[in-house]
Design a protein around this ligand. Structure first.
Ligand code: ATP
Ligand code: MG
Length: 398
């Protein structure tokens, strides 16, 4: 494809031609190029890649207060989300945009930069992390590319802007972003200079918060391919995972039709432990619970206790079987047989309820709940063979 074809995509991009986007550019002096779109939306439009969300990032010469005032006058809302960095989140109609005033670094302490506002676009570009992220589009869809990012973007080269060592020293989160973008936009090939700098910093990443690290890992786990990247991160000492887990992640990725975050998380949890991983990556209860459910299903499926798996965690069934198949090294035929069996499965319904026990003379309350749980467990252990009468008989025996 010729460069002109990439550029044409920008001119005809849906998000750019939308009324709200054009209105926003109108309000923020876009015609005079005082405001431009930047980052992911520009990069992915050039590459013709669909984005999961419609949010856009803008850079502007206008001061944050001025941005807020103009957008509110135009009927939108403005929230100062990172005022010390000059970032305002705008909503105009159903467009959401993060607008950041051009800034210039003054000093840094390894994570936070002191900034003052500026009007120098080339400097704004040089403060960004990778050349493919320093691409701008103006209101008319013309590209502004002060650092030659387009060539890198097309070639899938994730290159630090400036000296990688210095850029990591300023902000160590960039190590994780380097791996994430190399996975999402670099075909899991790593710029040698960037990789070397990341390796040097591997033991000194403790200034990055667990939240930020976790957010990066969650985004990595959602990518179509990540296993090679995780292996590289493990080799450089940035990710503590055993060869066996890395091998399982690779096998899962090869096998799964659409790799799933929770299923991959389940493989990591199996090695790291759910409490530890939860703290390390600040995962939510939901994240951990889905991973654990998948592991439970995987264990049950390996013992061919499919009924029980289906009963306990219906939502985790398909992913659990996939994970079981890589853990146990099932053949394709074996895995298909299990999946077929699952299709035909009727998930049983527990044949008792609280009322049954009340009719037997139990009082509503905690003890009743516990007795019901006990009977349900007996029923699961019988592989659902115990029927209603048999279960009631067990209740009476107590
Ligand atoms: P995506 O939203 O698809 O992950 P993005 O490139 O938009 O990709 P964001 O995290 O939304 O990524 O950041 C927007 C832009 O801000 C980036 O493209 C980059 O130019 C700049 N940026 C973000 N984080 C950093 C950082 N830690 N150091 C330097 N520049 C950064
Ligand atoms: Mg973005």
């Amino acid at each position: 494809m010729r460069t002109a074809d990439y550029l044409a995509r920008l001119k005809s991009a849906d998000w750019l031609l939308r009324d709200e986007t054009q209105a926003l550019f109108g309000v923020l002096d876009g015609d005079a190029r005082r405001t431009r779109a930047v980052g992911g939306v520009v990069r992915d439009t050039l590459l013709g890649r669909p984005r999961g969300h419609a949010d856009i990032d803008l850079a502007t010469e206008l001061r944050p207060n001025e941005v807020a005032k103009r957008v509110e006058q135009a009927g939108g809302t403005a929230h100062p989300t990172g005022i010390e960095h000059g970032t305002v989140t705008l909503r105009l109609g159903n467009l959401i945009a993060e607008v950041t005033t051009l800034r210039e670094d003054v000093e840094t302490d390894g994570r936070r930069a002191q900034v003052r506002f500026g009007t120098d676009w080339a400097r704004d570009a040089s403060r960004r992390d990778f050349t493919l992220n320093a691409l701008y589009a103006d209101a008319g869809g013309d590209l502004f590319d002060p650092l030659g990012g387009l060539d890198d973007c097309i070639a899938g080269r994730v290159r630090f802007i400036g000296n990688p060592q210095h850029r990591i020293e300023e902000d160590r989160l960039r190590v994780f972003r380097f791996f994430r973008f190399s996975a999402s936009h670099g075909g899991e090939r790593f710029d040698p200079e960037g990789l070397e700098a990341c390796t040097d910093w591997a033991g000194r990443l403790d200034t990055v918060s667990a939240e930020r690290i976790g957010a990066e890992f969650k985004r990595m786990l959602a990518l179509p391919r990540i296993a090679t990247t995780f292996r590289t991160m493990a080799e450089t000492g940035i990710l503590a995972l055993s060869d066996e887990t890395l091998r399982l992640l690779q096998a899962y990725e090869r096998r799964a039709r659409r790799p799933d975050i929770s299923a991959r998380l389940a493989l990591v949890v199996a090695e790291t432990g759910s409490d530890r991983l939860k703290a390390l990556w600040r995962l939510s209860n939901d994240d951990i619970e889905s991973a654990r459910a998948i592991l439970t299903v995987a264990e049950l499926a390996r013992e061919f206790r499919l009924n029980e798996a289906a009963y306990r965690h219906p939502a985790a069934l398909a992913d659990g079987v996939e994970i079981a198949s890589v853990m146990a090294g099932w053949t394709d035929a074996g895995r298909s047989a299990v999946l077929e069996e699952l299709q035909a499965l009727e998930v049983p319904r527990f044949p008792l309820a609280g009322d049954d026990l009340i009719r037997m003379g139990m009082k509503p309350g905690k003890a009743l709940g516990e007795e019901l749980d006990r009977l349900e467990q007996l029923w699961i252990e019988s592989r659902f063979a115990l029927d209603r009468d048999e279960l009631l008989a067990r209740a009476r025996e107590r």
